[in-house]
Design a protein around this ligand. Structure first.
Ligand code: SF4
Ligand SMILES: [Zn+2]
Length: 286
């Protein structure tokens, strides 16, 4: 292996190891479930946690978004088989009774909800439920530095600083027996670096973006940050570092204002009497 390539791989892996250690993301007794999408970020996360010797399994929600989902599912199955990792496949349609495409198109036209809002909310609730049922103690996601920087800026611009109190390498500020803590081992790895690592390792992944993600607010923020990063390298890292500096104060400030309840319809953790997933299903049936 050429020296530069070998060095990059070592630096990347050391940074992920360091993040896990510094933020105490995984304990020895943890059973970690990695939320896979078939993309480079979650595949890299899965590969590294397995390589580092943690007790790890994978879960993927089959969204049935045409060829995109099909390819991602096949790639994840292949990757898990080659690496000896147990994979759990959950069908979105079987769980909710509708395909994600149907739900998105109805809710989009009736309530002007964006694709990712519908898909993201339903996936988040479903993942927490399934991962808890599978007795995992941590849910690892492939969120990288770019994702976090985008979220910090979005929350700031939209006046949602309270939402930023939930960010950081370990997500969540309220503990609840039904809520599986989430961790982000790639927290300090940029999107570009993760892609480079994934390509060097020749992981079987599709690098195209989800075909439904084009209309999101996040895409505009991503473009702005990418442009600014070219002009002033390091701004994404600065955004994330600044968040980490004020995170303890944010957590303290928003600590008492919100409590986690359990949804009166599905029993899942929720900030309101009815959780956001059940709220969407109610809207769909109205
Ligand atoms: S990009 Fe949006 S629509 Fe596509 S899988 Fe992600 S959340 Fe769902
Ligand atoms: Zn609910």
């Amino acid at each position: 292996m050429p020296k530069g390539k070998e060095q990059f791989i070592k630096n990347f892996e050391d940074r992920v190891k360091e993040t896990i250690k510094k933020y105490n993301l995984i304990d020895k007794e943890d059973r970690v479930m990695v939320a896979c999408s078939g993309g480079k970020d979650s595949t890299t996360t899965l590969y590294l946690l397995n390589k580092f010797g943690y007790s790890v399994e994978a879960i993927i929600i089959d969204l049935l978004i045409g060829n995109y989902s099909k390819e991602n599912l096949e790639n994840t199955k292949l990757f898990c088989k080659e690496n000896g990792i147990k994979l759990h496949v959950v069908s979105f349609k079987e769980e909710f009774g509708y395909s994600v495409c149907y739900m998105r198109s109805v809710l989009k036209s009736r309530h002007k909800l964006k694709s990712c809002t519908v898909c993201g909310v339903l996936r988040r609730v479903l993942l927490n439920k399934k991962v808890r049922e599978l007795n995992a103690t941590k849910l690892a996601t492939g969120h990288n530095l770019d994702d976090e920087a985008q979220t910090v800026l979005m929350n700031f611009i939209q006046g949602n600083m309270g939402l930023s109190a939930k960010l950081g390498p370990r997500t969540g500020r309220i503990s609840d027996r039904k809520f599986v803590p989430r961790i982000k081992p790639l927290y300090f790895c940029s999107e570009g670096e993760t892609r480079k690592y994934s390509e060097m390792m020749e992981f079987p992944v599709v690098y195209d973006r989800c075909p439904c993600s084009t209309d999101t607010y996040r895409s505009s923020i991503r473009d702005i940050l990418d442009d600014l990063e070219i002009e002033s390298p390091g701004i994404k890292q600065n955004l994330v570092n600044n968040l980490l500096d004020i995170l303890p104060a944010l957590k303290e400030h928003y600590k008492t204002t919100e409590k986690l309840m359990h949804c009166e319809l599905c029993g899942e953790p929720s900030r309101n009497a009815v959780c956001s997933a059940c709220g969407l299903i109610q809207k769909l049936r109205a």
